[in-house]
Design a protein. Structure first.
Length: 312
């Protein structure tokens, strides 16, 4: 770290659950406790909830699935079927959005949808391969007005660690020497699935140690907000692309199945028509030749020619 603190230690002092604004979207400069102030100077967090509800199937699709599943069922069972279908659709939409979020964090796509002008903020974080791919993974953040005389400023970073659990994924960067602020930058995607509330949120937190340098509070708030909103937009775009590919795949399978069924039906109809034509030819042949089908050998071909010697 650029301040001599242990890499990744600041994120352990202030977790995402320590934020004081709950589930509200937006930027919040955190009020630190006395204990936190001993090691932290400044903490700002931006949060953006992901509207995964748009990934739910349409009412027409739900009705079609319900009619297919409830065919021949009793009325009480039909109510249970609809409830299960709604729960499954909700869980599938959340899983789809969270799967997309994990892919975005792994691919480091944090600044694809920065507000105009789009080049005012960029986080370059190339991915390394291997089992310890985030070790010594350097990155660079450029931000307008962060440099001298409100010019672009360059902040070198390095990945401190990554976390991946069933409900939370995060990437933590720590600053290197030569930049404009000290500390850590944490990008987290968290899934909350309770009976009363269910959401997926992106949280970006900047943590500055007690003896570290910090940038203007307004500029820091703008930076973390842009990162949170851009990451959330990338997650939704990725989720819609995954859903579109699934729908196209299902549509292709449906068309292929329908085409195969149509070919089988056509082959059956052709065979049936050929059999009817053969039967009709047989009937016409028998009408024109009454002895058709009842031929009996006369034995004449087995008799010898007349006039020859007879042996008796």
């Amino acid at each position: 770290s650029s301040t001599g603190t242990k890499v990744g230690s600041l994120s352990l002092l202030f977790t995402d659950d320590d934020g004081g604004e709950g589930d509200q979207n937006g930027v919040h400069v955190e009020n630190l406790s006395k204990k936190q102030k001993k090691q932290l100077k400044f903490v700002v967090t931006a949060k953006k909830n992901i509207p995964f509800e748009v990934l739910l199937p349409s009412d027409e699709d739900m009705e079609f699935t319900y009619e297919k599943e409830s065919e021949g069922k009793a009325d009480e069972e039909k109510k249970t079927i609809m409830t299960k279908l709604e729960e499954k659709a909700w869980d599938d939409a959340m899983l789809l959005a969270y799967t997309s979020a994990e892919k975005i964090l792994v691919s480091r796509r944090f600044t694809e949808y920065v507000p105009s002008p789009p080049n005012q903020l960029r986080l370059f974080s190339p991915i390394k391969s291997g089992s310890h791919r985030f070790r010594d993974e350097d990155a660079a953040l450029t931000f307008k007005s962060m440099g001298d005389w409100r010019r672009f400023g360059l902040q070198p970073l390095r990945v401190a660690y990554e976390e991946n659990t069933a409900d939370c994924s995060s990437v933590v960067y720590h600053t290197l020497t030569g930049g404009h602020f000290d500390g850590e930058l944490r990008i987290t995607v968290k899934k909350t699935d309770h009976n009363e509330e269910s959401n997926i949120s992106v949280m970006v937190t900047m943590l500055v140690p007690k003896n570290g340098r910090k940038i203007n509070s307004k500029l820091a708030s703008k930076m973390v907000l842009f990162l949170a909103e851009s990451t959330a937009a990338s997650i939704m775009t990725g989720a819609k692309q995954i859903l579109s590919r699934k729908q196209q795949s299902s549509s292709f399978r449906g068309r292929a199945k329908s085409k195969a069924s149509e070919k089988r039906h056509t082959a059956y109809e052709n065979l049936k028509l050929m059999e009817e034509m053969a039967e009709e030819r047989r009937r016409r042949w028998q009408r024109n030749n009454p002895d058709a089908g009842s031929y009996r050998p006369s034995g004449n071909m087995m008799r010898g020619p007349g006039g020859g010697p007879s042996f008796g």
